[in-house]
Design a protein around this ligand. Sequence first.
Ligand code: SAH
Length: 276
Amino acid sequence: MVTSQSQSQNENLNLNSNLKSAEKGKLYIVGIGPGSVEHLTVRARDVLLASDYVIGNGTYLDQIETLLTGQEVIRSSMGREVDRARRAVELAGHSRVSIISGGDANIYGMAGLVMEIAENTGLKVDIEVVPGVTAISAAASILGAPIVTDFAVISLSDLLTPWEVIEKRLLAASDADFVVALYNPKSRQRNSNFAKAIGILREHKNGSVPVGLVKNALRGSGEDVIVTTLGEVLEYDDWVDMRTTVLIGNNESRIWDADDIKRIITPRGYQRKYDY
Ligand code: SAH
């Protein structure tokens, strides 16, 4: 009798402590910005510091390592995203967990996969997505004002999206004269996608349209920039790599060449209304 009583007491205790820890558990999906601690949002920094676990791939963890002192860090590699997301969802049942993405977690980041896995597992997890400064914002800030109006963002990675779909989107975006940002322009396996994409964009855009190539934008080191045109950009094909964001203007964009600094300006349309 005594045993069964204490057993049921223990069960109650376990139940209570599970409930308590479930209340405490939380999953943050954190965009850490372009890659330097000073471009983290205040919210991102706060949740990272308050986390028991921080999970991410090595490249992104390295970018915030100076912040991570008391947290348990779980490193994972590229291509292990499903395992990483599942681990984060499980741990968040009882702990505060941050799973990190470069830039913004909604822009080719971990938010989608984590949400899908949380939905499929049926585990009750409290989730907060913390937005971050995405690569297009970082790259645009270095180029000046290349966007300012309607734009389309297209990833050239055909690992998860068929190339035919990417081609269709490139054609539609250039036909509608969007400013176009290209993410994932190159990788070791996909060396020719960038040149193919430029060929497609040229079908509708003029060769004189400005193009900005920005490498390691706002990362603190390795930042580099080239301003050129759609007609000439393939001269820099070898320069473009997986750390580069490409910004292609619309037919009104222009290059402002002043004091050895080339910038790109895309007019918002004020000139049609005001004299300045
Ligand atoms: N979630 C990220 C994008 C991940 S896709 C974000 O919101 O920024 C990875 C691609 O993003 C890279 O191939 C590159 O095209 C771009 N990128 C990410 N960080 C960058 C940086 N600091 N400078 C230039 N391009 C960057």
